[in-house]
Ligand binder design. Structure first.
Ligand SMILES: C[S@@+](CC[C@H](N)C(=O)[O-])C[C@H]1O[C@@H](n2cnc3c(N)ncnc32)[C@H](O)[C@@H]1O
Length: 399
């Protein structure tokens, strides 16, 4: 095992409140204890799991603000109801096809997508039997309950919060917006003649990147990856890999009797993800609307994400017997679902509302905003018809 670059607290980022600092210190101590217990280093996947999900202290399991102007980032459903309204049109097409069906949303954030989706489906007289929310964060679950109780009291009895996937198979849709990017990954580096796993070690009370041989499953997966890419990654190339996609998907597959999974997230095909020019991976940290790449900055107080390898998602789905029904970018998906229809009346709006909506559409669909970087993939089980979201452009040939 060798030690490499040390990362310190970035002085350009805002300093957290006292209470948050104390919480981060506690988590850091726990991480240090685990590193010591494990002979001096832990994989990045274990580190990511602790900083995001350590009970009571992790980013998603603690009480930090996360969303909105005073949080760390803004997601598409937070940005505009138009996003969830379009998604509702896609759900409606599936709900018409399937009798007595439900929706399961993974990681519902503040609950806005659930609210806007249900309101649109109510207008279409196509409400699901149940709207399940699987949320790992107790704090977000409480925020979702408050929002939905307040904003859609007449629909809230359909909402069922789950701590794990439903025990009984259900028919319907599984929706996940910006969930796959939060799943833990391993980090690796190409070296002469092989790969190293980038781990996190401890020296004089500081977290360090360290290198260890990439063996076992990781080593095999990286060898396989290079074969599939049909080129050798350059020396010192660093990137990430999720070696648990299939396991994660198989849990979802097992809970779906019939229907569709729709995943929306930022990411690429494998060829773009592991393009030789993308030589430092896609690891990003979000803290109070600052984006940076230092995962050691106040553990537990910032979001840590990586882009999604959609080729991997498609291949794992295929091996589980799911059908990859469509893949496209967010802009084509929203227009395919009927975004234009939602905009027919905007000319009659006052100038302020008109400008607001125009800006929202811009952010959701322009290539330099979310339109191109965010992708949508649909995986179906025993469901024949093509989906409207992929009717304008289906890019499965890019996977
Ligand atoms: C970036 S937020 C996205 C929230 C919401 N979907 C949105 O678009 O605003 C990630 C969400 O996923 C949840 N989450 C993280 N890991 C999860 C997992 N393995 N299963 C289900 N939810 C998860 C978090 O608690 C949080 O609600």
């Amino acid at each position: 095992m060798t030690q490499s670059k040390q990362l310190n607290i970035n002085p350009a980022l805002p300093v957290p409140e006292k209470e948050a600092l104390l919480q981060s210190k506690k988590l850091l101590q726990r991480i240090k204890d685990v590193i010591e217990e494990q002979d001096g280093a832990i994989g990045f996947d274990q580190y990511m799991s602790m900083v995001l999900y350590e009970p009571g202290l992790g980013y998603y399991s603690g009480g930090s603000r996360k969303f909105g102007a005073d949080g760390d980032f803004v997601t598409a459903p937070e940005l505009s109801s138009l996003f969830s309204q379009c998604l509702a049109f896609q759900c409606a097409q599936v709900l018409v096809e399937l009798n007595s069906s439900s929706i399961l949303e993974l990681g519902a954030g503040t609950g806005v997508m659930a609210r806007d989706l249900m309101l649109e489906l109510e207008k279409l007289a196509l409400l699901p039997e149940a709207y399940f929310i699987l949320e790992v964060s107790a704090d977000l679950k409480q925020r979702q309950q408050e929002l939905l109780n307040e904003s859609i009291p007449h629909l809230v009895d359909r909402v069922v919060w789950l701590d794990s996937l439903p025990e009984n198979k259900f028919t319907g849709l599984i929706l996940a917006n910006e969930i796959l990017d939060a799943l833990v990954v391993k980090r690796f580096k190409k070296v002469s003649g092989g790969f190293k796993e980038l781990k996190i070690g401890l020296k004089e009370d500081n977290l360090f990147w360290t290198e260890d041989d990439a063996d076992g499953e990781l080593g095999n997966r990286l060898k396989q990856l290079e074969k599939e890419l049909s080129y050798s990654l350059p020396e010192n190339y660093i990137s990430e890999i999720n070696i648990n996609t299939k396991k994660w998907l198989s849990g979802l597959e097992a809970s779906l009797q019939r229907g569709v999974m729709l995943f929306i997230d930022y990411g690429y095909s494998a060829a773009d993800y592991y393009h030789p020019d993308r030589s430092d991976g896609s690891l990003l940290c979000h803290y109070r609307h600052h984006v940076h790449s230092d995962p050691f900055f106040y553990p537990g107080l910032q979001d840590i994400t990586t882009s999604v390898n959609f080729t991997d998602v498609a291949e794992c789905a295929d091996s589980l017997g799911l059908h990859v029904q469509g893949y496209t970018n967010q802009a084509y998906f929203l227009f395919g679902c009927g975004l234009e229809k939602l905009l027919t009346d905007i000319a009659s709006l006052d100038i302020k509302s008109h400008t607001e909506i125009t800006q929202q559409v811009r952010k959701l669909t322009m290539p330099e905003e979310m339109g191109e970087r965010f992708k949508v993939i649909a995986l179906t089980k025993d469901l024949e018809p093509g989906l409207i979201g992929f009717s304008i452009m289906d890019q499965r040939n890019r996977l």
